[in-house]
Ligand binder design. Structure first.
Ligand code: AHG
Ligand code: MN
Ligand code: MN
Length: 335
């Protein structure tokens, strides 16, 4: 029988460098938080987790939406190691302060989207949790300490609550995926050294926004849709789950491109997806797996953030396709 490697064993054998101890401890808490979230999602309506805020279940108990439950779990669980000096969540306006007693060991920042794809929760489709770890310049960090480019991340990962619960992560040395064995409550290495195929015939985009897109994106998708008869001379397939975690996971497993471009409706916001909680961690993972990630005009990891909740256009996945999309934006490939 094959001996599976647990995530704890894997981290103890593979983490190296100055952040080794801190990452071991922080990832221990993150893993536990994701296990708790998986359970809360799994119990769903039975635990009264599917309600909207303020509503009551049949027992007269106040129901909590999963967005809030998962956010609370992540904040509480990740204060235990003592290495997290501050946190920021997609669900909270401001930086989350960590009490002095809980940040005595280190100076790291944890940024997260506790429940990605939340519109899918009530229809029982895969959702996820995304996280990113940065080093803090201060013991008691303020907003400015969080505003670092994605290239500064020392770790990023996601949990996917899908047909299996998985945890996929990078510490800047490739990407590895672990599957939760619910019977023992442990993640085991199931997808070692994930690589995104450089070419693909699959794209993911919300097609209903077509008329609002900019010309380079319309051109790229038009050419995919023309298939064998068009300039690409091959047919393309399309998927749209509406959970970025699920889309990126599919790309890591079998290639593809995921796009949430800027469009005329999103112009004032800068995009749909959030740089610090979605675009940066996912770009770090995709690049570490040999893929690429761009806003169309800039490598996402090099965007210097101007706010915690900044949004950016996102196009990531199989390298040759992402480079083509960027070339359409810069007009390096003429029509
Ligand atoms: P969140 O649930 O954290 O707000 O993120 C949802 C995001 C992303 O996961 C997904 O790709 C996209 O929004 C879906 O957008 P549409 O509603 O346009 O399909
Ligand atoms: Mn999200
Ligand atoms: Mn979310």
């Amino acid at each position: 029988m094959t001996q599976h490697i647990s995530i704890t064993e894997f981290l103890s054998n593979n983490l190296t460098g100055e952040h080794r101890v801190a990452l071991t401890e922080m990832l221990h808490d993150i893993v536990n938080a994701c296990k708790k979230i998986a359970l809360a999602i799994d119990q769903g309506a039975l635990a009264g987790n599917m309600g909207s805020l303020g509503s009551e279940n049949v027992q007269g108990e106040v129901q909590k939406a999963l967005d809030v439950i998962t956010n609370d779990i992540f904040i509480e669980t990740n204060q235990l190691s003592g290495y997290v000096a501050g946190m920021a969540s997609e669900e909270m306006d401001d930086v989350i302060e960590v009490a002095e007693t809980q940040r005595q060991k280190g100076q790291y920042l944890l940024l997260f989207d506790p429940l990605d794809g939340s519109s899918n929760v009530n229809v029982n489709i895969s959702v996820g949790t995304i996280f990113s770890i940065l080093k803090s310049a201060k013991v008691k960090p303020g907003l400015a300490d969080f505003l670092q480019a994605g290239t500064q991340q020392i770790c990023a990962g996601y949990a996917l609550y899908g047909t299996s619960t998985m945890l996929v992560l990078t510490t800047g040395n490739g990407v590895n995926g672990f599957t939760l064995d619910g019977s023992v409550g442990e993640f085991y290495l199931s997808h070692p050294d994930i690589k995104v195929p450089v070419d693909t015939q699959e794209f993911a985009i919300n097609m209903s926004n077509y008329r609002f897109w900019q010309e380079p994106v319309q051109r790229y998708i038009d050419e995919c849709l023309q298939g064998e008869e068009g300039v690409r001379k091959k047919d393309f397939n399309m998927r749209w789950v509406a959970s970025m975690v699920a889309e990126v996971h599919r790309i890591l497993v079998r290639g593809g491109v995921f796009m949430y471009p800027i469009d005329s409706k999103l112009q004032s916001k800068g995009g749909k997806l959030r740089l610090m909680y979605e675009a940066n961690p996912m770009s770090f993972i995709v690049e570490q797996a040999g893929g690429a990630s761009t806003t169309g005009i800039q490598r996402i990891l090099e965007v210097h953030p101007n706010g915690l909740h900044q949004r950016v256009p996102v196009m990531m996945g199989s390298r040759n396709e992402v480079e083509r999309i960027a070339a359409y934006h810069s007009k390096k490939i003429a029509r």
